[in-house]
Unconditional design. Structure first.
Length: 162
């Protein structure tokens, strides 16, 4: 209980500070990164006995009503050779690789609902849809916290000249 309160406190304080002062890009980015780490933790909690390629719905805390999070563990080779047919609103095509290379990775899905207005404000613009996120991280230790993100890239294909 105390740990949840501390996580929530550490999560909300930067947000409130960001909203109460004139913000710059780096402070907004820091709040968004804190949110990513926070939601990643909640997605990882759904992995009790994870199976590869199965979608696990995470449960966001009650104070973040409307936020959805989920996780899927994959082998790197399967991601490259098969892709992911449908992962919520995302389709990952064949030939996508992660950098740096890891044997297993986790794709963490985020749908921020209406909370994206706090973390990704744009002056003089109106959002027409919620902000969705898909983050990749190393799945070798699912109990680790604040894992670094992996880059997902399409593998460069060599052209044959005939």
């Amino acid at each position: 209980m105390l740990v949840s309160f501390l996580c929530l406190f550490l999560f909300l304080v930067p947000t409130l500070l960001v909203q109460s002062s004139d913000t710059n890009a780096s402070s907004m980015s820091a709040a968004a990164r804190a949110l990513d780490a926070f939601l990643q933790d909640y997605a990882y909690r759904a992995f009790v006995r994870p199976k590869t390629g199965v979608l696990y719905e995470g449960v966001a805390p009650s104070n973040l009503t409307g936020v959805q999070t989920a996780g899927m563990r994959l082998r790197s080779g399967s991601l490259w050779t098969r892709g992911v047919e449908m992962y919520k609103e995302f389709k990952i095509l064949v030939g996508v690789v992660e950098q740096p290379y890891v044997e297993r990775l986790v794709l963490v899905y985020q749908n921020l609902g209406n909370w994206f207005l706090w973390y990704y404000p744009l002056q003089n613009y109106t959002y027409l849809a919620p902000v969705l996120g898909l983050l990749a991280s190393n799945a070798s230790d699912l109990s680790a916290k604040n894992l670094p993100e992996l880059d997902l890239r399409e593998e460069e294909k060599e052209e044959e000249l005939t």
